[in-house]
Design a protein around this ligand. Structure first.
Ligand code: ARG
Length: 578
């Protein structure tokens, strides 16, 4: 990558000035806000000036003199600007060859190597059985899927895991409710089985307020489930099956797939060994009947592993936290100790994951760097604006239906991919930890920073390319054959802003992968598309009488490749027509 080349030449310059042993030396190369201020800007002289008590501008000049002694061929000009920035301008040749590289590499353009030889488990979606697939699970699904795509593109071996919520005391409640107010055949017959199960669960809570015996019954039934009672197992299995069928439909609509979906229940027989590890280390204690991990200096509140004993059966129910510990112990054993584990789960579980990671460090399951919680913020719905509001839960399928319905207004054929793409992009365009205020106008705005805007830009580029083909204007070989020199000379004064955006894609992918942050790609694509749309607005691209036309067509093709690769990483389809 060009950035690495520049970084290296700055390092060499610093070495020859004997400045390379300065403390915590980090070379920052940023893109100046204004494209006309150069392609990269470096503030190293300003950082070092303080340490060596020199004037930053003078130091910058000295560094530039050194860099120029071995100037990388990709660079045409280096300038000192402002209080001591070093600005780099890339050469016209660089941009032409970059376009060629995009066309040559096509689908592979942007592929990185930060993950080579490494493995990552990306755990996302993780809805709960017999509960609705919420907007929070949508966020996890969309962001987690994008992270998995990006890591895969960056060279990682990726395992996509769906950590289904299919175990826990809530199943005791559900079993009681089904037995009292419904039945397995009735649920099997239902057209809306999940909604029915949710209603039963809600009813359980309502009735338990007055009849506390229900809670005891639920505990007993969960005990039975944990101990393998056949009736309990049967009802549980039906709930799992029904829910999975519904979830599968949602995944199909979203175009999301998993490699594994162990679910919490899978770790049932793997919890005892975790309890043994905890005991050996002496980090947990009995307290008021429960078994909890206590943290040094009360860094975090205690974390419960086993609940208080059910007196009638002498059974201690396991907790969500214990299942998480068991899951990670299992993952490390199965996939190797260097495997990175990433959970994409809502912000409301941040404390839970801090406790889990701290405990796993103590247990020696992980080292800390290999354990990441990517947290997403909340969706906020402007009061009264959502037709999908039902009680307190918002059904994802209804949101998708509405998005598709709205997308149908501008094009029937692409409604499905535009509607789904719009919802996904809205989720990916800002840092995942931030909340989202749900606003249909913003989500579907063809001119703003939205999914449809990007898809439309892609379709526009494709339509230009179809026209070029009809008119017999080729872009690849002719431009980069003999004509290439001619074009470089001709355009040497004017490098388009589009070219100045295109070559940045690989470094954006790298950053998104390093920081597990798809939004870098999303915001980059918006900038890229707007530079393409400006380029398009400046004059005809396909024009037989214009000798630059083939060059412009080549840039259009390069743009469509980069945009498509970027959208693919975000899990969004790039339509040919719209
Ligand atoms: N099923 C949980 C929920 O819906 C999310 C699971 C997250 N993953 C985990 N390893 N705890 O809240």
């Amino acid at each position: 990558m060009i950035r690495d080349i520049l970084e290296k030449s700055i390092k060499i310059a610093l070495q020859s000035l004997n400045l390379d042993n300065a403390k915590n030396l980090v070379i920052n190369l940023e893109h100046p806000e204004e494209l006309s201020h150069g392609d990269y800007s470096c503030n190293i002289a300003m950082i070092l000036a303080k340490q060596v008590s020199q004037n930053p501008r003078e130091l910058a000049e000295k560094i530039v003199v050194e860099i120029l002694k071995n100037k990388p061929i990709e660079v045409s000009k280096i300038e000192v600007a402002g209080p001591g920035f070093i600005n780099f301008y890339l050469s016209p040749e660089f941009f032409v060859f970059q376009t060629k590289e995009i066309l040559d590499l096509d689908k592979k353009y942007g592929k990185g190597n930060i993950g080579e030889g490494k493995r990552a488990i990306v755990e996302y979606s993780s809805p709960n059985i017999a509960k609705p697939f919420t907007i929070g699970h949508l966020r996890s699904t969309v962001i987690g899927d994008a992270i998995a795509n990006i890591l895969h593109f960056s060279g990682y071996k990726v395992v996509r895991d769906n950590h289904l919520g299919d175990w826990g005391t809530q199943f005791g409640k559900l079993i009681v409710a089904i037995k009292k107010w419904s039945s397995v055949p009735e649920i099997r017959k239902s057209e809306t089985p999940i909604k029915d199960l949710v209603a039963l669960y809600v009813r359980f809570h309502d009735e338990a307020k007055n009849e506390s015996i229900l809670e005891d019954e639920a505990r007993t039934w969960f005990t039975k489930l944990e101990r393998g009672n056949l009736e309990a197992r049967k009802i549980w299995e039906v709930c799992v099956k029904i829910s999975m069928k519904e979830f599968e439909k949602t995944y199909k609509r979203l175009g999301v797939k998993f490699d594994t979906a162990y679910g919490e229940s899978f770790f049932e027989d793997k919890m005892a060994s975790v309890i043994e590890d905890v005991k050996k280390l002496g980090i947990a204690k009995e307290s008021e009947g429960a078994y909890l991990v206590f943290f040094e200096n009360e860094k975090y509140p205690p974390m419960m592993l086993l609940k208080t004993e059910d007196v009638s059966t002498e059974h201690r129910a396991s907790t969500y936290a214990l299942r998480d510990l068991a899951a990670d112990k299992f993952r490390k054993k199965k996939y190797g100790k260097d495997t990175i584990i990433i959970n994409e789960v809502g912000m409301e579980q941040s404390l839970h994951f801090q406790q889990i990671i701290e405990t796993e460090k103590l247990l020696g399951y992980v080292n800390g760097l290999d354990r990441v919680h990517v947290a997403h913020g909340f969706y906020r719905f402007p009061e009264g604006k959502m037709s999908t509001r039902k009680g307190n839960s918002i059904w994802l399928d209804e949101v998708l239906d509405e998005a598709i319905e709205k997308a149908r207004e501008f094009n029937k054929e692409t409604a499905e991919i535009v509607g789904v793409g719009a919802i996904k992009f809205n989720d990916l365009k800002r840092e995942s930890s931030r909340d989202i205020i749900f606003n249909w106008d913003e989500i579907l705005n063809l001119k703003g920073d939205s999914g449809p805007y990007l898809q439309y830009s892609h379709a526009r580029a494709k339509s230009i390319l179809r026209k070029a083909k009809e008119e017999g204007i080729e872009f690849c070989t002719k431009i980069f054959g003999i004509k290439i020199k001619h074009n470089i000379k001709k355009n040497s004064k004017e490098i388009t802003d589009l070219e100045k955006m295109l070559y940045r894609f690989p470094e954006v992918v790298e950053r998104a992968g390093k920081e597990y942050s798809p939004h870098y790609i999303a915001t980059y694509l918006i900038e890229l598309a707007s530079s393409f749309n400006n380029f398009y607005g400046k004059g005809k691209i396909v024009d037989k009488n214009d000798e630059d036309s083939s060059c412009k067509v080549a840039l259009t093709e390069a743009f469509s490749i980069v945009l498509k690769n970027g959208l693919n990483l975000l899990g969004i389809q790039a339509p040919e027509k719209m």
